[in-house]
Ligand binder design. Structure first.
Ligand SMILES: [Zn+2]
Length: 69
């Protein structure tokens, strides 16, 4: 686990895994704890975007689905 070496480091909750994340300039992935978590969050966001049109009733969102198909 990450341990702050100075009192200047602030620990926040990683939005992706819910673990500890060092919120400091040394952590370029903040507020995420790692590159992996940052990528996972972006992936989840992208999946959510693609999933919404798929689950929506085709008849009501015909215009929105047209550009995806
Ligand atoms: Zn994380």
């Amino acid at each position: 686990m990450m341990t702050p070496k100075t009192s200047a480091s602030k620990i926040v909750t990683c939005p992706s895994c819910g673990g500890d994340s060092v919120y400091a300039p040394s952590n370029v992935f903040r507020p995420f704890c790692s590159q992996r978590c940052k990528n996972m969050d972006l992936g989840a966001w992208a999946s959510e975007s693609f999933r919404l049109p798929t689950e929506a009733p085709p008849d009501d969102l015909v215009f929105g689905d047209a550009k995806l198909q």
